[in-house]
Design a protein around this ligand. Structure first.
Ligand code: NAI
Ligand code: OAA
Length: 337
């Protein structure tokens, strides 16, 4: 029996993400929480013939806590998306930090042992918000908190295939992406791609710059194309559902998996060795992790970065420091649920 809860389930990401979770055979109970339309989305999905029993919850009568109660995994795409001209950082002050703090508090009360997958932006700061609220409540488990950066990995794979000139499905490029989830903090390790990217592409600075830029600013490409109607929703839903599947298969299906996610590297996390590789004691970074039955089984080495990637690392670290600080020091005056 596996209970999944989606917070922000009626939104652009929330709806297709909930659909994909409804289709995941490991999920037997799916609770959908939102401040609007959660009951409608739940009724709609409940007509699909798959194992998960779907229920919807709105804020009245502690709806968030009732939705979260006993959840094994919570996936959070609640909050406001970007419009053209905005950075992800603008969303923090806007409202998302407060929403995240409120939901973290509800999780601490209702399902403190759940795996927590944070999609709400800016991930570089919202994950520290979650960690701080959970720490204060005495229930923080660094092995179970993930900033979802999986869309960057999905994009890297797709864009590399396009440059190499092979269909994405057939070529199956897997490119590790480390760092954070905003602009230059997104650090694709093209030199570690499997299969390897042809060396003439990596050696061509202009081609490599363009490829790296597209991966780092893929989110902006969608924000611009949607022209005021939000940011990536469908690709994010697919990436979020895939990442959730990896976590669930490792926890409940006996299948361990190595992926990258934005995780806590501070005290007692097992992150000291990777902090040495990064060259600073940043408390959060997207790093390769081995998933197992209790979440992060092991934080793994970044592997060898080539000279080009070493150059990108400096810029990523410089921007991440203040973003983490902002999240970690956020003083919640949460909106009413
Ligand atoms: N991590 C990543 O790679 C990505 C993150 N995002 C982020 O995901 C978030 C959601 O994006 P969209 O789904 O496009 O936005 P959306 O506006 O379509 O949906 C957000 C949903 O959250 C709900 N919501 C607002 N306050 C809430 C609260 N206190 N509790 C529960 N639900 C609440 C809204 O009612 C809405 O249904 C944004 O912050 C966006 O920037 C988007 C794409 C990729
Ligand atoms: O760009 C945005 O605001 C949404 C996002 O995080 C992405 O698409 O990577």
């Amino acid at each position: 029996m596996v209970k999944a809860c989606v917070c922000g389930a009626a939104g652009g990401i929330g709806q297709p993400l909930s659909l994909l979770l409804k289709l995941n055979p490991l999920v037997t109970e799916l609770a959908l929480y939102d401040v609007v339309n959660a009951l409608g989305v739940a009724a709609d999905l409940s007509h699909i013939a798959s194992p998960a029993q779907v229920t919807g919850y709105l804020p009245p009568d502690n709806g968030a806590e009732r939705a979260l109660e006993g959840s094994d995994i919570v996936i959070i795409p609640a909050g406001v998306p970007r419009k053209p001209g905005m950075t992800r950082d603008d969303l923090f002050v806007c409202i998302n930090a407060g929403i995240c703090a409120t939901l973290a508090q509800a999780i601490a009360t209702a399902c403190p042992k759940a795996f927590i997958l944070v999609i709400s932006n800016p991930v570089n700061s919202t994950v520290p918000v979650f960690a701080e609220v959970l720490k204060k409540a005495g229930v923080f488990d660094p092995k179970k908190l993930f900033g979802v950066t999986h869309l960057d990995i999905v994009r890297a794979s797709t864009f590399v295939s396009a440059v190499v000139g092979k269909p994405a499905e057939a070529s199956g490029y897997t490119v590790p992406v480390i760092g954070g989830h905003a602009g230059v903090t997104i650090l694709p390790l093209l030199s570690q791609s499997k299969p390897a990217i042809p060396s003439d592409i990596l050696a061509d600075k202009e081609k490599r710059d363009a490829l790296v830029y597209r991966i780092q600013f893929g989110g902006d490409e969608v924000v611009k194309a949607k022209d005021g109607a939000g940011s990536a929703t469908l690709s994010m839903a697919q990436a979020g559902a895939e990442f959730a599947k990896f976590v669930l298969e490792a926890a409940f299906g006996g299948k361990s998996k190595v992926v990258q996610a934005y995780v806590y590297l501070g005290a007692d996390s097992g992150g000291a060795a990777v902090q040495k590789e990064i060259g600073t004691e940043l408390e959060y970074f997207s790093v390769p992790i081995e998933l197992g039955s209790s979440g992060i089984e092991k934080i793994l080495s970044l592997g060898k970065l080539d000279e080009y990637e070493q150059g990108l690392l400096g810029a990523a670290v410089k921007e991440l420091g203040p973003s983490i600080e902002k999240g970690a020091t956020f003083q919640p005056s949460p909106p009413k649920l």
